[in-house]
Design a protein around this ligand. Structure first.
Ligand SMILES: [Zn+2]
Length: 264
């Protein structure tokens, strides 16, 4: 199954995906290759932090009109000590699962006509404090770019016993975009219960790559587990055997159903 293969590859091919590790460029190259294999042209979005040149990876499905839908996930990882960039940090749940869902959705949407362009963004530096998404969101804002919504995937592989899907609603920050986020989440709730048939819970938008977009007034939502529930959060033990791939698959189905419902 694609999702499982993707998570295992990301979590085992390099000892870590820490943004300041020596593997950064190799991982960026791998992600570009994955987009290419799915029929997309990808491009690097370069930024720098602490004097280091760093990269996000973007790809876009053209067609449709108006602002693009931005689907994003961070590809970097960390373990107990954020200051040890080469220490093992497989980051299977956080966030190889989000990357895997993003690629699966990109694959399934590739030849589907949509009313909006769909842009995919894989961000680095999330674990250091949203470096990659902050740099990219500022550039979008500076260009006056219209993004119709931002959909973030972060940690989507470790459910509670009831397999609850957590939906993220913008309840703070800039207030002009809160109502639109609530509307998207209401739709996500309906789809989760009818298409995926699982219970849902609403969480506030916080601490992931949609935050800088929210701060610039963009409408955001996403799927994100609270770290308080995952015992291997930010540990070297965040390995693929901890991931519930049936749940990851439900997250992919919900993401896909939502995007088709919104823009097909
Ligand atoms: Zn994360």
């Amino acid at each position: 199954m694609n999702l499982e293969r993707e998570v295992k590859e990301l979590a085992t091919r390099w000892p870590t995906r820490h943004t300041l590790s020596k593997h950064h460029l190799a991982i960026v190259g791998h992600l570009e290759g994955r987009f290419k294999a799915l029929g997309y042209t990808s491009k690097r979005h370069a930024y720098s932090q602490q004097g280091r040149p760093l990269n996000n990876v973007l790809a876009e499905k053209s067609g449709g009109s108006g602002g693009a839908i931005l689907v994003c996930a961070h590809f970097d990882s960390r373990q107990e000590n954020l200051g040890a960039p080469e220490a093992p940090a497989p980051g299977a749940n956080d966030n190889a699962t989000g990357v895997a869902v993003l690629f699966e959705v990109a694959r399934l949407l590739k030849n589907t006509p949509m009313r909006h362009p769909v842009r995919f963004a894989l961000f680095s530096g999330e674990e250091q404090g949203l470096w990659g998404s902050t740099a990219y969101a500022s550039e979008c804002k500076a260009r006056g770019e219209k993004l119709t919504l931002v959909f973030n995937l972060d940690q989507v592989g470790y459910p509670d016993k009831a397999k609850t899907l957590f939906l993220d609603r913008d309840e703070g920050g800039v207030s002009s975009n809160n109502a639109a986020s609530a509307k998207l989440v209401a739709r996500l709730e309906v789809l989760a219960r009818t298409v995926v048939k699982v219970p849902t819970k609403i969480d506030p938008v916080e601490a992931s790559d949609y935050v800088p977009f929210e701060q610039h007034g963009y409408v955001v939502t996403g799927l994100y587990e609270g770290e308080y529930r995952y015992p291997h959060y930010h540990k070297s033990t965040d390995t693929p055997d901890k991931v519930d791939f049936g749940y990851v698959s439900n997250m992919a189905r919900l993401t896909l159903a939502f995007l088709l419902d919104y823009a097909k």
